[in-house]
Design a protein around this ligand. Structure first.
Ligand SMILES: O=C(O)C(=O)C[C@]1(C(=O)O)C=C[C@@H](O)C=C1
Length: 361
């Protein structure tokens, strides 16, 4: 037996023991999870980690292995924390904003039975997905009235998440007042500027004082707290129940077609679906964008949407977001992605999802 064969035989034996020990460690971690959930404790315990590292480092006899072992143990702790979070938060859905906001309503429609957690910013939701603190994030992507949410495109470019599903929510604005109030009582109306704008036709000639508020759900909460019959909020119907308000006028928004498309993001690439999205940056040479477009059409794909955004910190450089009809499991798509990689500077697959055809809607 050669030296290499012998060494590999010993490695195999050690690996077998380590696999067994790994499972034993994870079994202990399962009990930690049970205890932490019961006592509502955080997954991270920095004090305990320091102890673990110190004690285990003391077990290493040869100094030359210490750095590697430290890295190994740190990885082990990360694996343990990631696993704990994936078990504890597997059914949690995150959204940006307060309860009653449209993102919250969309989360309830898509995941009626899962726990919800709200965050201050879109970026916080992306981060929470990446760190396993939530299983999914529900994020507004574009509105038929006001256009795309550019910041979300930038976040899709930066974070390692995938679009797994899309959901179209019909946005309906309503005038909500305190219990017993009538339209005649109202003097002041609170809401987000966009909602006021969308309800312009209804508001015209009524003499209400229009007061902008950071968002529709907060406006509803404010009106409920004031408990004043002269104040009303423009918000989604769901806020009436949430904050104990009456619906004084329903569907007051001008455009009946006002729909917001939400994307459901997660850490895994789900390959099923009849549409997929990608982001690419064209090479800095003449005709580079045309080349990319040609690759898409050459493979016979139908491009449903294209958007361009400037790249932060790179003046006059752009990236492109495209939506294409097709199934990621199709070999044609694999070929397309390979060729796109050749003609573009960067290509990032954003995920696959099912889009109903327009006729079905
Ligand atoms: O002892 C704990 O509290 C654990 O959650 C286990 C563990 C570990 O895997 O050793 C993991 C995460 C904590 O930050 C500390 C230690």
């Amino acid at each position: 037996m050669s030296l290499l064969d012998d060494a590999r035989k010993r490695i195999n034996e050690v690996d077998a023991q380590m696999a067994d020990l790994f499972e034993q460690r994870m079994q202990a971690v399962e009990d930690v999870i049970r205890y932490k959930v019961e006592h509502q404790m955080d997954v991270l315990d920095t004090g305990r980690e320091k102890d673990v590292l110190k004690r285990n480092m003391g077990l290493i006899k040869q100094d030359k292995y210490k750095d590697s072992y430290l890295a190994f143990m740190e990885d082990m702790l990360k694996i343990s924390k990631d696993y704990q979070k994936s078990v504890i938060y597997h059914d949690t859905v995150g959204y940006q904003g307060v309860q009653g906001a449209f993102s919250h309503i969309a989360s309830e429609k898509v995941f009626p039975y899962r726990k919800k957690r709200n965050f201050a910013s879109f970026e916080d939701v992306f981060q929470a997905v990446c760190q396993n603190e939530i299983a999914y994030g529900v994020i507004p992507f574009e509105n038929s009235f006001t256009g795309e949410v550019g910041e979300v495109l930038d976040l899709l470019l930066r974070y390692d998440v995938y679009i797994q599903q899309i959901y179209d929510l019909k946005i309906s604005q309503n005038l909500l007042g305190v219990k017993g109030a009538t339209l005649q009582d109202i003097k002041q109306v609170y809401s987000k500027d966009q909602a006021i704008y969308q309800s312009k036709q209804f508001l015209e000639g009524r003499g209400y004082e229009l007061i902008p508020y950071p968002n529709t759900a907060l406006a509803a909460e404010y009106v409920a707290k004031q408990n004043d019959k002269t104040k009303a909020a423009i918000a989604a119907k769901e806020n009436a129940e949430l904050y104990g308000l009456d619906i004084l006028a329903e569907d007051i928004n001008t455009s009946e077609q006002n729909t917001t498309r939400f994307i459901i993001i997660g850490k895994k690439l789900v390959k099923e679906g009849n549409r997929f999205s990608m982001i690419f940056t064209a090479k800095h040479e003449a005709g580079a964008l045309v080349k990319a477009m040609e690759v898409i059409s050459k493979h016979g794909f139908n491009m449903e949407s294209i958007k361009s955004r400037s790249i932060k910190n790179k003046p006059w450089a752009y990236y492109f977001y495209v939506e294409i009809d097709g199934n990621l499991q199709d070999t044609k798509v694999v070929e397309l992605l390979m060729e796109m990689n050749e003609v573009c500077e960067d290509v990032k697959l954003l995920g696959a999802y099912t889009k109903e055809s327009r006729d079905e809607k």
